[in-house]
Design a protein around this ligand. Structure first.
Ligand code: ADP
Ligand code: MG
Length: 705
């Protein structure tokens, strides 16, 4: 096929899909780079607006093309070896007539002879606009990612860009534009603004183009000129790769409910020897009121901890729902085979000594997986601590766990010791509903568990600790379906970049691993926690308090500085201080001692009494402008406020308490927490939690709840 030339301009006007022909051609030739005129051709085919670009291979052709596109024109070098055309003197702008075009052509041809010169592109000179950049890069976990930012120094220096996983929704497109710090420039300053609707259309079309042509690995549209009306793509570069493998067939997680609500559990390696894992796990199962049947499997004893035992899983007289495998790593494949032969569909391998130990362990894992797959069963672990479901008395932990009360929080963790630590440490303040440890996630992964807990009505708040994600887009899709119904709080460790990737596009160089995760969490409506404290700060409030009824926060305090800090936190979090209307204001003023000045925060100083707090809050409850409360209490006498706060009818509005240095009055704090009033040690943390709840309520509304 002939390359784009004068004749092709005519063909293009007849709107043949020239660009898509370029794409097919490049793919069949195994080429990675598409030149500017080819890239723009593809974009044109997808209804995107570009300046166009036409290939000239001689001065005469350049002159002809310039005449047909209309002056002024731009000439650019076309070469796969020249990445930054203008840096190397390969861009000539604003050429006004034929002599200028001929001269520019000659100079470019001369300068780049021997540098893979394919020709010179001729295009219309675009009117200046707001420079933005749109890009695509491929993330190893989440696949194609779309990027948006302001061009020029904003992207170079500030790296002020937003990402979303492709495909995006129109709402995502709007979020991407509004999320960058430079958004006010687009919204408009000094009478100049950018066409947001056109920009969203541009993002949607790029997303659709990539979704339909997954060989597109990277793309830089840099710059795009954004106008008051419309936009034009001025420079375009597309890079191809092989299309990513389609993600492995989605195994629906519905069946995994059995893992959480089994009717019978067998334990291979259950033991009578105290201190052994096989003792711990079986003891846990026996001692938490599990109503189903338990079958210890141990060839050396007739009973385990008083329960009749079986020499092999194959001799258990019923088909059990779940088998827990605790035998040494080398014996595990055989144990799995036995379970499969016994018709068991869910197997939990809690033993360690697999991939975490290197190649020999990995080999055993591969064997385990193929046995499980052939047997049609799902496998949790290895190297995990099983499941806890306090709603069904199921406790499979490798460490001994004492009494647990059922709760609303579901925790998904990789390692058992981590989960056990939090469960143990927090169980007097917070009740967990489910804890799932996924270990080496050979088969069942975080997304499977997320999907399962998402469908479990006993779980109202989901916390996840993750280090990486398998099958990223499915993770995003599953999370997106859950977050309109229940909050998902995610703590992602491993923020430091694992290494410098070899990148060829500008977009890829901006796509840090952590940014991509953040973008995906945002796209799915998940709440990202900074650290474990933050995650459980959030989880406690979400599990115990209703969502804010509005943006206004009413603060009652005993210390001016802590009130100011709360007010700062409120506005930093995108909420605001509430304001009482006339009559409520008067009622409040009437009860305030003379020395109390402000009406929000209301600062009672050290004289603050439980009655004052109660009366003040009750006035706030009546105000339509109050969406939530922060009550800052004097730590030394925290307990004296308990009854007053408990007796308030908040009418569905949330309250969070602050007690500085609460660590020193833990007994009081526990009383509050058990009564579902979360207590934070700083005003900022309390405000931050309320703000997260407020933004989550907006997300729910947006999702049409
Ligand atoms: P590169 O990014 O490879 O250096 P570009 O094609 O982006 O080359 O050109 C460099 C700059 O020249 C652009 O950032 C833009 O400001 C300007 N420019 C390029 N093409 C045009 C055009 N058709 N109309 C107006 N300005 C252009
Ligand atoms: Mg450019």
């Amino acid at each position: 096929m002939s390359r784009n030339s004068v004749d092709d301009v005519v063909i293009f006007i007849e709107s043949e899909m020239i660009g898509m022909r370029y794409l097919a051609e490049a793919l069949s030739e195994g080429r990675r780079y598409l030149l500017e005129h080819e890239s723009k051709g593809i974009l044109d085919d997808w209804g995107l607006k570009t300046t166009g670009a036409y290939l000239a291979r001689s001065e005469d052709e350049a002159a002809d093309l310039a005449r047909s596109v209309g002056y002024p024109v731009v000439l650019k070098v076309l070469s796969t070896q020249v990445v930054h055309k203008s840096d190397q003197g390969g861009v000539r702008l604003n050429l006004r007539d034929e002599p200028e075009v001929r001269k520019a052509y000659g100079e470019i041809a001369e300068a780049f002879r021997g540098s893979g010169l394919v020709g010179v592109s001729v295009q219309k000179m675009a009117a200046p606009g707001i420079e933005v950049i749109v890009g695509v890069t491929r993330d190893p976990t989440f696949g194609p990612m779309l990027m948006f930012g302001l061009g020029g120094i904003f992207v170079e220096v500030m790296k002020d860009v937003s990402f979303r996983s492709i495909p995006i929704t129109l709402q995502d497109a709007s979020d991407m534009v509004r999320e960058i710090k430079g958004y006010p420039i687009i919204r408009g300053i000094r009478g100049i603004s950018g066409d947001e609707e056109a920009l969203q259309d541009l993002l949607m079309r790029v997303s659709a183009l990539v979704e339909a042509n997954l060989e597109i690995e990277e793309m830089d549209l840099n710059p795009v000129f954004l106008y008051q009306q419309g936009y034009t793509i001025v420079d375009a570069r597309i890079m191809l790769g092989s299309a990513p493998r389609s993600p492995s067939a989605h195994k629906p997680a519905e069946g995994l409910r059995t893992l959480f609500y089994p009717r019978s559990v067998a334990v291979l390696g259950a033991s009578n020897v105290k201190g052994k894992l096989g003792w711990n796990v079986f003891h846990n199962l026996l001692s938490h009121g599990f109503a189903g049947r338990l079958y210890p499997v141990n060839p050396r004893s007739a009973e385990v901890q008083g329960v009749k035992s079986y020499p092999s899983i194959k001799e258990v007289p019923v088909k059990v729902d779940v088998a827990i495998v605790l035998v040494p790593a080398t014996a595990t494949p055989q144990a799995i085979r036995d379970c499969c032969e016994a018709g068991i569909k869910y197997i939990i391998v809690e033993s360690a000594g697999f991939a975490e130990l290197g190649e020999s362990g990995k080999k055993i894992e591969r064997e385990m997986l193929s046995i499980a797959e052939a047997g049609g069963c799902r496998l949790l672990g290895p190297n995990c601590s099983g499941i806890i479901n306090t709603h069904a008395g199921v406790v499979e932990s490798i460490g001994v766990v004492d009494d647990l009360d059922p709760g609303k929080i579901g925790l998904i963790a990789q390692a058992g010791v981590y989960a056990a630590g939090y469960l143990w440490g927090m169980r007097r303040m917070v009740d967990f509903g489910a804890v799932a440890t996924i270990g080496n996630k050979l088969d069942v992964n975080e997304t499977d568990i997320l999907e399962t807990l998402g469908a479990d009505d006993n779980i109202q708040v989901i916390c996840m600790y993750i280090e990486d994600v398998k099958a990223g887009r499915r993770f995003l899709d599953v999370a997106s379906r859950i977050t309109p119904k229940k909050p998902v709080i995610v703590l992602k460790a491993g923020r430091t970049e694992a290494g410098i990737k070899a990148v060829s596009s500008h977009t890829a160089s901006l796509a840090g691993n952590d940014q991509i995760y953040s973008a995906v969490f945002r796209q799915a409506g998940m709440i990202r926690a900074r650290d474990n404290d933050h995650m459980f700060d959030l989880a406690r409030a979400f599990a115990s308090q209703p969502l804010p009824k509005g943006q206004g926060v009413f603060i009652v305090t005993y210390a001016g500085s802590l009130g100011v800090a709360a007010a700062d936190g409120v506005s930093a979090g995108g909420m605001r201080l509430s304001e009482l209307s006339g009559d409520l204001k008067e009622r409040l003023i009437k009860i305030l001692p003379a020395y109390v000045g402000g009406l929000n925060p209301v600062d009672y100083t050290f004289d603050q009494s439980p009655e004052q707090v109660k009366k003040t809050v009750e006035i706030g409850v009546e105000s339509d402008d109050v969406g939530a409360f922060i009550v800052v209490l004097q730590t030394e006498i925290l307990g004296t406020f308990f009854e007053a706060l408990k007796s308030i009818d908040f009418r569905g509005k949330p309250v969070v308490a602050v007690a500085a240095c609460k660590e020193f009055v833990l007994e009081d704090v526990i009383r509050f927490e058990k009564a579902k009033i979360p207590v934070y040690s700083t005003s900022e943390r309390a405000a931050e939690v309320l703000a997260a709840m407020y933004h989550y309520s907006l997300w729910q509304k947006r999702a049409g709840r």
